[in-house]
Write a protein that binds this ligand. Structure first.
Ligand code: NAP
Length: 246
């Protein structure tokens, strides 16, 4: 019996939070997953072990997505281990809410470096290397539609990601590669919870008409759909998965 070759998915920022849920979900969907992270290796290694234990295949790849050479090396590692890349999920991102007037040059550069340049770096690499028929999913945020104070710089980065998504979908004409973005509403992860009081978290949880915070799996299932066989005609779109917040 001939075995169908497994597709290879790189998930950036996959050691924790939404990215970890995406990596786990894609592994159970049958993808070989590359678990990218930039800091602590332990949670990425633990996730890889869990995936392998349940019959999946995973590789961890340390790379700061804001570093173009590190991103190129991550693609090299995926190609060496598995022979190519079919799916790129650009999930890595950071958020620190601050009024624009109080945002330092360093904080501005860090946000644009990881959220925008990081996405640019992986997209540019994917343009050269992603197999025809592949899928790309970028990460925006529903905060872009809410215009809440404190989110100017973060929303600026996500506006850029949405712009990349629309244009890049067209630049890949002829390759049968789709490029979409997911714009989650509040999801219970470190990025969202850190620095918020219980009262503020409860307020956010009341915002969607579904009256709860989203969970990482709520977003992993959307990504699973976008990279799966049923989403082949969805291209250049932003999917606002937010329980109806906006
Ligand atoms: P999270 O819990 O803070 O996890 C972030 C992940 O990204 C971690 O695995 C982190 O690992 C990795 N990461 C951070 N900087 C990186 C870098 N320079 N290079 C590579 N990896 C890096 O965040 P999350 O809530 O899951 O967010 C994931 C995405 O969803 C982000 O793009 C975020 O903007 C978006 N989003 C989140 C929410 C929400 O409410 N949570 C809502 C809308 C959109 P290391 O620390 O080891 O690098």
């Amino acid at each position: 019996m001939t075995q169908v070759k497994k597709k290879i998915a790189i998930v950036t920022g996959a050691s924790r939070g939404i990215g970890a849920a995406i990596a786990g979900r894609l592994a159970s969907d049958g993808f070989t997953v590359v678990i990218n992270y930039s800091g602590d290796a332990a949670p990425a290694e633990e996730l890889a072990r869990e995936i392998e234990e349940t019959g999946g295949t995973a590789l961890t790849a340390k790379a700061d997505v804001s570093d173009a050479q590190a991103v190129a090396r991550m693609f090299d590692a995926a190609e060496t281990a598995f022979g190519g890349v079919d799916v790129l999920v650009n999930n890595a991102g950071i958020l620190k809410t601050l009024p624009l007037a109080e945002t330092s040059d360093e904080e501005y550069d860090r946000h644009f470096g990881i959220n925008v340049k990081g996405t640019f770096n992986t997209l540019r690499e994917a343009a050269k290397r992603l197999n025809d028929g592949g899928r790309i999913v970028n990460f925006s945020s529903t905060t872009l539609a809410l215009n809440m104070p404190g989110y100017a710089v973060y929303n600026g980065t996500k506006a850029a990601v949405e712009a990349f998504t629309h244009v890049f979908a067209k630049e890949l004409r002829g390759r049968n590669i789709t490029v979409n973005a997911v714009a989650p509403g509040p999801i219970a992860t470190d990025l969202f919870l850190n620095g918020k009081s219980d009262e503020l978290v409860a307020q956010f949880a009341k915002m969607p008409p579904l009256e709860r915070l989203g969970q990482p799996d709520d977003i992993a299932s959307v990504v699973s759909f976008l990279v799966g066989p049923d989403a082949g005609w969805i291209n250049g779109q932003i999917v606002r998965a937010n329980g109806g917040v906006a």
